[in-house]
Design a protein around this ligand. Sequence first.
Ligand code: SF4
Length: 403
Amino acid sequence: MDKILVHICCGVDAVWALRKLKEEYPNAQLEGYFYDPNIHPEEEYELRWIETKRVCNDLNIPCKKGEYDIENWFNAVKGYENEPERGDRCTICHDIRLEKSAKYAKEKGFNKFTTVLMMSPKKDFDVLKNVGENIAKKHGLEFLAVEFRKNGGMEKMNKLSKEKQLYHQNYCGCIYGLFQQRKGLEYIPELVSFSKEILPGSREEKLAIKKIRTFAEELGLSCYEEEFNFIDWKLISSVLKIGKEPVYHEVLPYSASIKGILRDRVKNIEEKEDKIILTFEKSTTQVWMVENSSNTKLEYPRFITNPVFIIKKIPVEIGQKFEFQLKTEIDHNAKSQILIIGNIQSENYLDLSVDENYHEIISRIKENLKSLKNSEILILIKGSPKFGDIGMMYFKNIMGVKS
Ligand code: SF4
């Protein structure tokens, strides 16, 4: 019997290619090999791996996660950093991935190997065929150059990846390709993690949701991701000084940017429920003094407003000098999501958030497994809690979830 090792770079490219291979080689033993040391950053690599695993699980095809040996990859493409996509850097990148896959295939007793890279419209089929055949020859294997894209392959791939709600990346993978694609931007959003917690619309949020989804699906539970659009706000940089002393602070989400450096004096100090509000002589900027400044969650939708800095309660006087700098960014097309585990018609639901400990969420799913399978309960998992409560309000209204 033929043993075929399939090099896999991502779930989207694999979703139709693996079905096609199953169709063309019904008696062969197929196994996936996820090897992508070119992917940057590591969260993106993990996300592509999770989705590859989901696709393979769905088809009962075992899949091995290769090593993330990014240093070797960087060394191999040294000197080719500025090459365009489809240029010499890409040829080296294909060589590395196929060489390692062929080596693994030989060690594990496979007689054939192929790659789902041939699915991608951005890759040259003949170049990949050539590389694959040469490498296969070297290792005493046969390379399968399958024309996955032919006969409506692309349409089938798009349809399946939509149905399975697969993560669809918007760049090939490496940092150099990303630099070229995002040329002219002040910073590259894909390479920045804005905070330790999980932010709405971030890759970290998607990764956390996908990990939980994979776990639930492996237990035979049905899952669905409900996406919603929102206007995202990001803090790029901020400075707050009293006199000349920098002060630890937070910025209330959806505060507008301040042009240049703002120097202002305290005009009014007002005590209100849980906080003291400072207003200023020249500007509409405010400072809120609170007991615990690390608890600035958004509970209600908030539109872009005057800048609000949050600090701990300290002695302040009228007329005292403050200095502010604030740079923020708005994304009108951001998307966050809620993961629904179980049957939407269930009478009861549990409301969790990805910021809760992953193991905690896993044990809640396990504890409620029977009820989930019997449609007695539904688990809703919010993306980032910063926006999750708002997302949950939207979700309950739209989907009519009973409380
Ligand atoms: S653009 Fe894609 S194929 Fe080319 S080197 Fe980067 S990751 Fe590899």
